[in-house]
Design a protein around this ligand. Structure first.
Ligand SMILES: [Zn+2]
Ligand SMILES: [Zn+2]
Length: 338
């Protein structure tokens, strides 16, 4: 089968790879309907995470189950399924507590920019749609595999409640989905920090009420100005840099919360400042699996349309073009059709 492999920074290639096979009796093989490139793939593509060997790329997927191992009980061939980038058993204490990305048996699901993928722990990991979806639902269902679940987690972690004022730091696909999540949670005012017109447009479509183009200390000053000098109730941090985290922590009011879902690179938190800020902080890799049944329902009912974050659609064969477009920020998020 064809699949993308990252060889070195800036060097992603489409190759013939061995088709995935059942290894463990709890595995399923999923034929990919659509896949995509993630902002976090760019950490590897840019060499910020070292690439030590050729690595099959991609971790966001949805598609049709074509084969299951003998111990798989609930997932059936023919079902259309979505899963998280971490496989989880659904039974350990961490899964039971709703933190499936910390499952004691978790396994990363890699190599999804391909025609098919092996998903471990299929019963705990995959969630089926009510019926085979219409083609136009595919982008929104794919978004649930990571970015929408991650934006949702940011809002859950920051405890967004109806009527709140929320700031979203980051206008990538996750930040835009966080805006959508804040709207679904009933936030009264949603301030999107964005300086790219095409991204601001999506933010507004997803429910942002204000756009702030300043960032860093100027961004903080602007947020304070807009909130009577106090700060917002909740900040959804969707970038993961030192600057974005500082900005998030300083934009929240005393007693407010920061939900941080951008994978931290070079983030240091000042203990004294955090202590005296009275700001609550929670984040981590999104337990996407917890939210899948709810989010599939919302997409199915047409209530949310997170697939709007895909502003570039390419055949899988052009995966290198997709990476380049995202690296050069010409695209928010690229969808790949095998
Ligand atoms: Zn991702
Ligand atoms: Zn578990």
């Amino acid at each position: 089968m064809r699949g993308a492999v990252l060889y070195a920074p800036g060097d992603v290639r489409l190759e013939q790879r061995p088709a995935p096979e059942i290894i463990n009796p709890t595995d399923a093989i999923v034929k990919i309907a659509v896949s995509c490139v993630c902002g976090s793939d760019l950490w590897d593509y840019r060499g910020i995470n070292p690439v030590t060997e050729p690595t099959p790329a991609g971790h966001e997927y949805c598609g049709v189950v074509v084969e299951t191992g003998r111990e798989v009980a609930t997932v059936k061939p023919g079902q259309f399924v979505i899963g998280s980038f971490f496989a989880s058993d659904g039974t350990c204490p961490n899964c039971q507590a709703g933190f499936q990305t910390s499952c004691v048996h978790r396994e990363f699901v890699g190599g999804c920019q391909a025609e098919a993928v092996r998903v471990p722990l299929a019963d705990g990991t995959l969630v089926a749609t009510p019926e085979p979806p219409a083609d136009e639902l595919l982008p929104s269902l794919l978004a649930l595999s990571d970015v929408m679940g991650t934006g949702w987690w940011a809002a859950v972690a920051a405890e967004v409640k109806p009527g709140m004022t929320v700031a979203v730091v980051g206008d990538g696909a996750v930040g835009l989905c966080a805006v959508l999540a804040a709207r679904e949670f009933g936030a009264a005012r949603i301030i999107a920090m964005s300086r790219h017109e095409s991204r601001s447009k999506i933010a507004l479509a997803f429910g942002a009420t204000d756009i702030v183009t300043e960032r860093g200390d100027e961004g903080v000053a602007r947020i304070r100005e807009m909130t009577g000098g106090i700060g917002v109730d909740a900040v959804l941090e969707c970038v993961g840099t030192g600057e974005s985290m500082r900005q998030a922590l300083r934009s929240a009011r005393p007693g407010g919360n920061v939900g941080f879902v951008g994978v931290p690179h070079g983030v240091e938190i000042n203990g004294q400042e955090l202590f005296f800020s009275h700001v609550g902080l929670r984040g981590g890799p999104a337990p996407v699996r917890r939210f899948l049944p709810d989010l599939i329902g919302r997409v199915w009912d047409g209530r949310i349309d997170p697939g709007q974050v895909f502003d570039l659609v390419l055949p899988l064969d052009e995966v290198a073009v997709a990476y380049r477009a995202m690296d050069e920020r010409r695209a928010v998020k690229a969808l790949l059709r095998p």
